[in-house]
Design a protein around this ligand. Structure first.
Ligand code: NAP
Ligand code: SF4
Length: 672
């Protein structure tokens, strides 16, 4: 008997019976834009082989003006059909089903040619959209229907019509973006005409058998967003117009509320899908921050939805369902919702991948073949780099001994998991621990490896990580100076604290210092209150009229840096704003352009520009001034002439993060 009877139960949509109730949500990977469709096919085929019930492709533009950016992938010509056919054939060969998402970006298109119901510029795009006339609207509908017909020609099982997240169709629904007074604006019946017509025409273009998923925005999280009555009215009309299933969309991209970041509680918005479900007769799909089979199973068992959408978890592990079904759920690499290698890459114009799975979107180029000869490999340091090396090398058939002076594995991940809002790191350490139980791996923990220990190995890998940089600020007697390690391990700081260094760790430390009580990430009601989220049946768009109501800060915190720029500018592209907003809400005073003079019992003396140093009266100063490589052992090996590989922070400490460490480790271990 499986542990996931609801998740693994088949479901019929249109004329297709899906193997299970997992939907791989749409993600832009950038693979299509490489022009190498064998990579696109390999990416999706791996997920089909791994058991995805229904795959939704990344958004495909129905026409040039609807593309998210100029040159965005679409399905415009016969040549495109041949490319897409490679993908659908590969997925079907693995027993999977796949639908193509049709994404018209409207005013979110990063292009001067963008179009929208009204010329209202989006706060996240520099381009004011052109208002469509009657003819222009008809062209958009026709183009979407044509794209759907082409999708069937290309072998897709149907399409997903993207109607949420603030894209084109969503833009017609609310007065925030639709100021029209003709037949497409004004009363709600007119504002919803476009999405309903699109679904009806798409259904007509595809015929009755194909799957038509409509992604509906259940909570807009913008001023003047939809009410619940409007959402339900639309859902019913979309069902009547021919949708097979409704997928859940949460929040517009311009919303100032996080919706998928790691600090968002798991399944934080599932109550919305649950409320929609009895209003329609077609199946509904729930989504957002669902990343384990347990959570997915629980939601289905509670009757929240008929299917569960997970997107990024399919980057982290392409065999998500296959492992769950085989009773190997502990081996599922968890998506920690960090966005570091997926969305941050997308928004930097880089190919998507995954922090915990560097093979994601690199399936054809990074492979882990069985080794021709099994080697004895020593790995020193059981942080992310060392653990990943051990797992990949052992998976290839090598015998690995993993050393760490600490009594447990995890390295700096054990610090990260202490930060409120980063609870997902617990799951990541748990996963690494499970994977390190593989037969080819011997753990030598609580043991500082010496050069003698490393004798007799065929390969030696040094992954000893980093040590905190001492910024060299003069410290007078009686001053309380702590490292970030002390603070994350629970050291007392007093009520007024200065944090020196506003990088990723400085922000994490500041968040830890202002926090008190339960982490909102573990309490959805608390989290909603913190970010000012209610429900669309209480408030239009689901935004609390009084705004965010965070818990009062536990102490006064000053976050400092020398660079004369806004602190936090170099944090993750898609998550930096969340960290900045969170600290600002909790009264953290952020200052750039400071020079540190000295630390005394009274506090931190610092100056700005050419001013004389002034006292910032604080009880403790916490140093978060970056890292230096920990190379003691590597240097000893160099002196002894012992050949070794150096990876992770021990290699390059600047800007080190787990993404680079894990990627470098996997690539080395693939070649040993
Ligand atoms: P970091 O991002 O390089 O920041 C170091 C900070 O220390 C900077 O604010 C820098 O600002 C300051 N600094 C550097 N040298 C200094 C000196 N000699 N004296 C005083 N201040 C100095 O490093 P980190 O915060 O240690 O983080 C390490 C890595 O972990 C980061 O690259 C990050 O990617 C990763 N990380 C990521 C996250 C995340 O949320 N994604 C969270 C934690 C860590 P000034 O030079 O302007 O003073
Ligand atoms: Fe999840 Fe982070 Fe991987 Fe993206 S990079 S899929 S958020 S673990």
């Amino acid at each position: 008997m499986t542990s996931y009877p609801h998740l693994l139960a088949p479901i019929t949509l249109g004329s297709r019976t899906l193997r299970n109730r997992s939907l791989m949500g749409s993600m832009h990977t950038g693979l299509e834009e490489t022009g190498d469709w064998s990579r696109v096919a390999a990416f999706y085929a791996a997920r089909a082989r791994g058991g995805a019930g229904l795959i939704v492709t990344g958004g495909m533009a129905p026409n040039r003006e609807g593309g998210v950016f100029p040159g965005a992938a679409g399905l415009f010509s016969d040549k495109d059909i041949a490319n897409h056919r490679r993908v659908t054939d590969a997925v079907h060969a693995e027993g999977g089903h796949i639908v193509m998402q049709i994404l018209h970006a409207g005013r979110y298109a990063y292009s001067p040619d963008c179009v929208a119901p009204s010329p209202v510029k989006s706060p996240i795009s520099p381009f004011p959209p052109k208002e469509l006339d009657e003819f222009g609207i008809e062209k958009q509908i026709a183009d979407i229907a044509t794209a759907a017909a082409r999708a069937l020609e290309a072998g897709y099982d149907g399409v997903e019509v993207m109607g949420s997240e603030g894209y084109f169709l969503n833009q017609f629904l609310v007065t925030h973006t639709n100021r029209r007074t003709d037949g497409w604006g004004g009363a709600y019946a007119k504002r919803m005409r476009l999405p309903v017509d699109v679904v009806a025409r798409t259904r007509a273009a595809m015929g009755p058998a194909a799957i038509l998923v409509y992604r509906i925005s259940l909570i807009d999280l913008i001023p003047n967003g939809s009410t619940w009555d409007e959402v339900v009215t639309l859902a019913k009309a979309i069902e009547t117009a021919g949708a097979s299933v409704l997928n859940t969309g949460i929040g517009w991209h311009e919303a100032r509320v996080p919706t998928i970041a790691t600090s968002v509680p798991r399944a934080a918005f599932a109550d919305l899908t649950a409320r929609l479900r009895p209003e329609v007769t077609i199946p509904v799909i729930t989504s957002n921050r669902i990343n384990t089979p347990e959570v997915a199973e629980g939601l289905l068992a509670q009757g929240v939805a008929d299917m569960v959408s997970m997107a990024r978890p399919w980057l982290a592990d392409e065999a998500f369902i296959a492992k769950a079904a085989a009773g190997r759920a502990a081996e599922i690499a968890p998506c920690i919702a960090c966005n570091q290698a997926c969305l941050d890459h997308t928004f930097s114009g880089k190919l998507t991948s995954c922090l915990v799975n560097p093979r994601a979107c690199h399936e054809t180029e990074l492979t882990y073949p069985q080794a021709a000869t099994a080697k004895r490999i020593a790995v020193v340091g059981a942080g992310p780099a060392g653990m990943m090396t051990a797992i990949v090398a052992a998976g290839r058939g090598h015998q690995v001994t993993l050393f760490d002076k600490a009594p447990q594995v995890g390295g700096q991940l054990n610090l990260a998991k202490q930060v409120p809002g980063k609870e997902e790191f617990h799951g990541l350490v748990t996963w690494f621990t499970s994977m390190l139980a593989a037969p080819g791996i011997t753990l030598r923990l609580g043991h500082e490896a010496s050069p003698q220990d490393l004798q007799g190995f065929d390969e030696v890998v040094i992954a000893t990580g980093v040590t905190p940089r001492d910024p060299g600020i003069p410290v007078e007697p009686g001053a309380r100076v702590l490292s970030y390690i002390d603070v994350l391990q629970g050291a007392e700081t007093g009520q007024r604290v200065a944090v020196v260094g506003a990088g990723g760790i400085g922000f994490d430390v500041a968040e830890t210092l202002v926090h008190q009580g339960t982490s909102p990430t573990l309490d959805t009601a608390l989290w909603r209150q913190e970010w000012g989220v209610t429900t669309p049946w209480a408030d239009r768009g689901g935004l609390a009229p009084q705004g965010p109501q965070p818990h009062p800060p536990a102490r006064e915190v000053h976050l400092l840096q020398r660079k004369a720029e806004k602190p936090g500018r170099h944090l993750g592209k898609t998550t930096g704003w969340i960290h900045r907003a969170s600290l600002a809400m909790k009264g953290v005073r952020m200052q750039g352009g400071v020079t540190y003079d000295r630390i005394t019992a009274e506090g931190l003396w610092l100056s700005r520009a050419d001013e004389a140093p002034q006292l910032l009266p604080v009880d403790a100063v916490v140093l978060c001034a970056g890292q230096l490589p920990e190379r003691g052992l590597s240097d000893q090996l160099d002196r002894l002439g012992i050949r070794h590989h150096r990876i992770g922070g021990a290699d390059v400490a600047a800007e080190l993060d787990a993404k680079r460490a894990i990627d470098q480790a996997a690539r080395l271990a693939a070649t040993l």
